[in-house]
Design a protein around this ligand. Structure first.
Ligand code: NAX
Length: 335
């Protein structure tokens, strides 16, 4: 299908932070090509960077121009959060400060709180009334919690943190083990924090409609190596590539947004970290990885899934980590 170029559909404004970074470089071109909101939807990109990266961002914008994407109606480059989010219907918060040598976890959380608090306020002040926000920059669950807490005007259900890359990693591992195409693996939930404590839930997943534990007989692998490989996949990519996941992370951003704006196929679910309302005993208010179903605007955490003792222990560990992260940034959260 040819993209619409007659200007009849109003462009949607999409803000991306950290736009000159490596995920940005993989993400922006796919957004502009129609991979985020479809090949009929014109886009205006609003790109935020810190001052020292503005020149690099200009280079990225030159390349976007040089692609002559029919759907890309404008590109705004700025180092001011209020300008970046002005009128945005989607805010993709990718930019964050990485952990440097000698930095404690609490330092990392606090440095990033200094970014995500003001960005939350800026989104509340300037974004479109239908704004939805996906936080990618790590530690993404708690960064999302911080931004959300600083934007009480925006419904908590509009805020998401990204666990989709972990879902996709899990699906491919299961497909390879079962010797099937990845497209037949469904119902892959990631529970908890996007960190090494996350619980990728093979027990409730399916392969060609059948329980994974019926298809893959090596239950020792499912309960051990599989979980560990998903948890540590980010580090394995860094070890092999010399830098962290970028193209796969960008792809997961697109998948995350599509799974929010598209009705979830019957019986399936996708992984997103959303505000906890106490489901499965998770403390209210945490930004927690759950299996989620969407009707294209409203979403719900999938209810009634069962966990054995091992799964419960793992989910508790990840929950405790998120509670601890919230405690470490407590002073920066508005009362
Ligand atoms: P890069 O370091 O390549 O890019 C980050 C960019 O953010 C830089 O250009 C930097 O100038 C910019 N930035 C820093 N502070 C900013 C601010 N206050 N406002 C706007 N921009 C700012 O990192 P990249 O590889 O692109 O990764 C970005 C983030 O994604 C990191 O925090 C990374 O840990 C996280 N990831 C999250 C994943 C997830 O599944 N949730 C997976 C991939 C990735 O690890």
């Amino acid at each position: 299908m040819m993209p619409s170029t007659d200007g009849t559909k109003a462009p949607v404004q999409v803000a991306v932070t950290g736009a000159a970074g490596q995920i940005g470089y993989s993400l922006l071109f796919r957004i502009a090509a129609g991979d985020l909101l479809g090949d009929q939807q014109p886009i205006i990109l609003r790109l935020l960077e810190i001052e020292p990266a503005m020149k690099a961002l200009e280079g990225v914008a030159m390349e976007l121009d040089d692609c002559a994407f029919p759907l890309l109606h404008d590109i705004i480059l700025t180092s001011k959060a209020e300008k970046a989010f002005d009128g945005a219907s989607w805010c993709l918060l990718v930019g964050a400060v990485p952990r440097k040598q000698g930095m404690e976890r609490s330092d990392l959380l606090n440095v990033n709180a200094g970014i995500f608090g003001p960005q939350g306020k800026a989104i509340a002040a300037t974004a479109a009334t239908d704004v939805r926000i996906l936080v990618v920059g790590n530690p993404c669950n708690t960064n999302c919690l911080i931004a959300r807490s600083n934007a009480p005007e925006i419904a908590p259900e509009r805020w998401f943190a990204m666990t989709r890359l972990d879902e996709n990693r899990g699906k491919t591992l299961l497909a390879n083990k079962a010797g099937v195409p990845v497209g037949v693996v469904t119902n892959m939930g990631i529970w908890g924090n996007h960190s090494t404590t996350q619980y990728p839930d093979a027990r409730n997943s399916k392969i060609a409609g059948l329980p994974t534990f019926d298809v893959i007989k090596d239950h020792g692998w499912l309960k051990g190596k599989f979980i560990e490989t998903v948890q540590k996949r980010g580090a394995a990519v860094i070890e092999a590539r010399g830098s962290s996941s970028a193209a796969s992370a960008a792809n997961a951003v697109l998948d995350s947004v599509k799974s929010i704006v598209t009705p979830t196929p019957w019986g399936d679910w996708h992984s997103l970290a959303v505000v906890s309302k106490g489901e499965y005993g998770i403390p209210e208010g945490l930004q927690f990885g759950f299996p989620v179903r969407s009707d294209s605007w409203n979403w719900e955490v999938v209810q009634g899934l069962e966990h054995d003792g091992d799964a419960q222990d793992r989910i508790k560990k990840s929950t405790d980590e998120l509670v601890q992260e919230r405690e470490l940034v407590k002073a920066l959260l508005p009362a």
